[in-house]
Structures are given as structure tokens and as C-alpha cells.
Ligand binder design. Sequence first.
Ligand SMILES: O=C(CO)[C@H](O)[C@H](O)COP(=O)(O)O
Length: 671
Amino acid sequence: MLNDVSKLGFGCMSLTGHDHSVSDEDGIAIIKHAVERGVTHIDTADFYGPNTNEILVGKALKHLPREKVQLATKFGVESMGPDGPVINGTPEYVRSALEASLQRLDVDYIDLYYIIRVDRKTPIEDTMEELKKLVEEGKIKYIGISEASPETIRRAHAVHPLTAVQLEWSLWTRDVEEELIPLCRFILLSSIIVSKLGFGCMGLSGHNNSVSDEAGIAIIKHAFERGITHFDTADMYGPKTNEILVGKALKHLPREKVQLATKFGVESMGPGGPVINGTPEFVRSSLEASLQRLDVDYIDLYYIIRVDHKTPIEDTMEELKKLVEEGKIKYIGISEASPETIRRAHAVHPLTAVQLEWSLWTRDVEEEIIPLCRSQSAPVLSQDELKKLAADKAVESVKSGMVLGLGTGSTAAFVVDKLGQLLSTGQLSNIVGIPTSKRTQEQAASLDIPLSTLDLHPHIDLAIDGTDEVDPNLDLVKGRGGALLREKMVEAASSSFIVVADDSKLVSGLGGSGLAMPVEVVQFCWKYNLVRLEGLFKELGCEAKLRSAGDGSEKPYVTDNGNYIVDLYFKNPIKDGFAAGKEISAMEGVVEHGLFLGMATSVIIAGKTGFKVRVWVYGSFWIFHDPVSDDVGIMIIKHAFEKGITFFNTTDLYGHKTNEILVGKALKQLP
Ligand SMILES: O=C(CO)[C@H](O)[C@H](O)COP(=O)(O)O
């Protein structure tokens, strides 16, 4: 990663505009001034001027300590032709452009070298291969790309890690938030979601003490049922028999819910110790054999178990990279490698995991390897860590003095923890929490969070809660934690309602996860309602089940309000949530349902793509197409404001000025 880059960069382009270049003296003074003020990231391109901008920056650099400046320049526009810029990304051009830039800037290396525009006649892989060589030669440190599509970014990054993507992103150009920004975050995080605890299967087939297949399968199944989804084996364990056993256990588990890791590299045990092999042929044949033994189509995480010092690590990694491209492995790991090997391997293809001995007794890895892994940004995030990320982000919206709705569930518990922490350090004060369940009440009380009730605080400033499903309209299914009734009451009374979740909760239609959509019913004749509920959604292939207490007994689950829960499982998503909600609510004996429609004001999703913060921004453009009366328009805008939407967008073009007039009228009623 490009470390120590100043938060602000200085784009030098306009110092040598076409008609308005500044003098060398002024340009140098401006750049010097910026660096002296802490802006040490200086951005230019051969195309600016053209060429003269780099010459000016080069002159300025003479007055600055080179090692303190992060110098970025760009290449790719060969000339301006009659039909626009002539783009060139051929390897020869990459090299000659760089040499010329080094000369003009009069430096030995560029910190960040960007592809300014993508050449569609040259495969991006060819351009990147040449840039990679320039990194290896020390002429450039990092590679960036500008105005590229997600697909190009993906392909480029597969050849060599990209460090920066330059693109237009402002309040008016937000389309990059859909795919590009999440992709960049994904690349940066390069994450695979795994359970917090992994299960190392090696001991199940030790040399003298293997367990039976039956016991081994039962142990692995038991681990899975307890939430461990990351299973680790190696072709060397047993040898081979451990993979066979894991393969048998996998037959009893949903493959897509398991993160399967295995390893290769030890060809045999020779008289002088293990014979290590990292040749491309051995990589491929080992993988094929492991796939067969495990009886799976792909491995999630494929490790180099030991580094073969006779084979360049680049050769081993190139073959692994091909296996990733072929879909046979998803991520690459390395075990017991030196920092230098990790660096070289990561330059060929991003590494996702490093396995090494690290305990209270073996802490030397903290010197170099752990910081290196952190700087290469390849964290392996668990579902819980993602939930915590989302929770922490949401708590940033909490201000001292607020009345807060406290949700229920594992994600909401992270919110409550964080609030407790901020209150104890004095970073927040004067908070009142309205808990949505007895569980949350106990947790909040244990953290000394002052609590109250809806009776005493009928207006809540902000509620933060988890969800079981969230669809593109920010509509939710909630209540798998059994607290839906109190959650709905509290969240309906809140001016803003922030939903926090990991990205496993995203669905395209409610009910689409195939998991439970809860309905709270009175205990009296619950079966009568269960049958009626199932019948209501027969066409969606709905199955209704009474929720059990989950303590091993036959007893039903009882909510904090003394009711039962009927869980509805849909084969097909609900088409019209509002109609469905209305029909459920109309049933006598139904207390509440888990459809939370039009309630969330924003949703914070932490996922493989880093943060995806979706904020519902109320645009009034539609009023132009389908005019509403002033009264209705004002009411809609006021309602949006009350729900926490404070960013209103209009233009003089909408409704030929009438939209602005309407928004103006609404503003009269808002602070
Ligand atoms: O609705 C809920 C409880 O009634 C929870 O918010 C929902 O079940 C999500 O739970 P978790 O955060 O543990 O995934």
C-alpha cells in the first residue's frame, strides 16, 4: 500500500493549462507551498501541457525532499488525433512513456504510475504485465488506473495489485457508488467471509490415532452446527486420508456455506525430511488430486504449505493464479513463508491468508510478518466482524442528548456495546435508551446505559437495529430474534431508523432468503392461525412452522410479550409487501408481523465490498412527471424530513420552475 500519503493531494494540471500557464517561478512556489503545508501527494501526467506540466513539477521537486513526496504521473494518451485522443497501452509504449516521464521529472522512480485511459485495442493484461516489470525494476512503486470499467479493474488487478483508481466522484456524479467503489473496497479488503473460529481437521487422522469415519464426520458436522464454517485440511495430513474424511463430512453439509481450506507442497517424506515441490506441474496435479479426494469442484482457500526454494515463488503463484482464473480455487494462502516471499508472491496475485505459528510463546512474527500482512490489506473478516463494522459506523450518527431506540440481535448488541463504551469514556453523554427486548434491556443496563420506556419517551430521535432481510427499497424482514413487536413499536416512533447488517442480509425481494418471516400470534389456538397463514401464501410455496424454544425441548418459543411465533418460509419472494402485511394484520389473533415496510431511513451494510452505505435520498423529480397538489407535495417533503432525510434535490428545470416553488413552500415549514 502507498503509505503516508497526505490526505489532500495537489493536482498540478492547471498550472500548465493551454492558455493560462503560470510562470515556472510561480508554479514552483505553489508546489513548494503545498508540500510545506503537508500536501505531499503531487499529481501530474505526461498529457498535461502536454509534457510541460511534468517538467514544471520536476523543477519544483528539486526544492523538495524526494522521499517525502508521493509523486503520481500518468501515461496513455499518445497524441491528439482528429477524432480525439489516441490511446496507447502497448507494452512498448508503456515503457517509453515511463522513461520519458522519468526524464522530464528528473527522478529515478515514480511512486504511483497511472494508466490515464484504457487502450481498448491492447488487452489490459499486456499493459499491466509491462507495468509489473517496471515495479520489479524499481522504476515505479505502485500502479493506478483512471476512468476504467469494473471489469477492466478486475482484470488489471488480477495481473498486479492496483493501488489507486482515479475517477469522477462528487455529489453530482454518484453512479460510481453502485459498483466501482464497492469493487475498489473489495479489492482493498480482498476479503473472504469466514467463521471466527476455524476447525483444523488434521488431528482427526493422526498417524496412530485416527478417529473412525463415523466419529470424524460427526465431529465436523457438530462444529458446523455450532457455527464453525471454516474447515482446514491438507493433502499431507494422513497423508491424503484427512482430505477423504473431510470430503465425506462435506456430503452432509451445504457446500456453499463452508469455507474449505486445503494445502499442497510436500511431495513425499524423504530421508532428509519433507520433499517440497512448488513447480507449476506439481501445483496443478496436487490440486486435481485434492479436488478428487474431497469430491468438490473448488477449494475456497488453497495454501502453499511450504515454500520450495528451488522453484521461484513467482512460478508457483502464476500457476495458482491460473487455477483462480479457472474457478478451481477461490483464494490463495501461504504458510510459513518469509516476508520477502510473501511480498513477491503477493505481487503476482493477491494473497488472502498467511498461516503461521503465532502464540504467546511465538511472537517474533509480530516484528515483520504481521505488519506486512496488515499493510498488504488482506484481512479475513468474520460475519461478526462485519456486523461490528456496520454497528460502529451507525453509532457515528448518535449525538449526546439523544433518545435512542435500542434494537435486538447480534448486530444490535454491537451497537449497544459501542454506546456503553462511548458513554463510559465520556465521548457521549445524556443518552436515554429505549430497549426493544428484555435481552437488550439487560445488556444495556449492564453497561450503565440510562434506560426508559416509550410511555415516558414517545418521541425517539434515532433507532438502530439489525435485520434479517433488506430489499432494494430498504424494506425489511425482522424478528428472527423474536423481538419484532417491540422493535416495530419503537422504530415506528423514531424520527430516524438506521438498519445495520452484514451483506448476507441483502435480498432482491422480501422472503427471498428462504429463511423465516416471523409472525407473532397469541397462544390461544395458534394452530388455527398457522394454517390460515400458510394458506394465505399458498401460491408462493409458503410453509408455516411454529417456532420452538430451541433448548432441545419440544416447547414453543415464547416472546417477551407472552406470545408464540409462526415462521413463514417462502419458496418465492413476496411480490407486494404492503398487501401481504395488510392481509396478515387483518387476521384475528395475529399480534404483529415481521415486514418492516417504509420504516428504515438508511441501511448500513458491511460486506465483502467493505462498507456499502445506502442512504435513501428523497428526490422530487417525479413530481414533474406526475404533479401533485401543493398540500400533498409539502406533506411528502415534511414526512421525508421527519424521517431524517435532510438532503433535498430540485432544479429550475423540473416542472418548468414549479418544482422549486413547491420545494420553497415546503422549506417554509422546515428549519
Ligand atoms: O429482528 C431481529 C430480532 O427480532 C434482529 O434484528 C434480526 O433477527 C437480525 O439479527 P442479527 O443481528 O443477530 O443477525
